[in-house]
Ligand binder design. Sequence first.
Ligand SMILES: [Zn+2]
Length: 275
Amino acid sequence: MMKKTKILLATALLALSASVLAADVQVEQGAIGRWAGAEATNCFFLGKSYKPVDGACYYPVDMAKRPAVYEIARTVNGVLETASLEVIEKPCELEEIDFPKEEYVNLSPEDANRHWGEQAEVKSVLRQTRPRDPEFSLALGKPSSPLPNGDNFGVCRKFNDIDKNRHTGIDYPVGMGNNVLSVAAGTVSLTGDHFFSGQSVYVNHGNGLTTMYFHLSEINVAKGDKVQKGDSIGKIGSTGRSTGPHLHLGARWLNQRINPNLLMTDPASYPQVNK
Ligand SMILES: [Zn+2]
């Protein structure tokens, strides 16, 4: 009896490694897979149907998506083609922050209530069940000129020794009062002065892609405004949970939290499906 169980287990492991080897593309959490090489008319992932960008299909993977093999698809000349995408775990680095403003670490009931109300509004803006056609090409533009380096996407954070949510964007150390630029054409879907993110702007670029700009000192646009790539939408500041001037840039694509630096990179460098 014992022997039989062991053999079954060995067979299961073999089957698992075979399926991993067979994945057509491997994508790290927070990154983007690409399927180019033919003029696609539709792309499919996560139960959604959406348009290609410049003929290629993109498959954004949330920074916390469960590592497993997922099916992706596209249509070319009316024919559905499928492939497999394996999500690879990317462990988060721990960032420990001594934060001087205690009210942002241990929230009062009033502030917690305010925060959750704001989150409900943000969620409704980010949830796009039927994405509009894309208004952008990759790579996107930069959110300030010049843009200093930033690399704290996805870090796990402790504020004053207390575990807090992972960082969902990138902080760029841009100086106070500099222009904040929209990284692509789109429509402003939300602006507000929020508890954690301070003065915030959300821009919907179609294709289920939204970029967000936090901690501004000034906002130059309003909900519903059309913007072009490189348009100034506000000024750098330090509002909300922030200790000094910087720009926090976040990106959601099909509601997946992805590394914004990748969107500013040549998409030929993304992991590719070759079949
Ligand atoms: Zn940030």
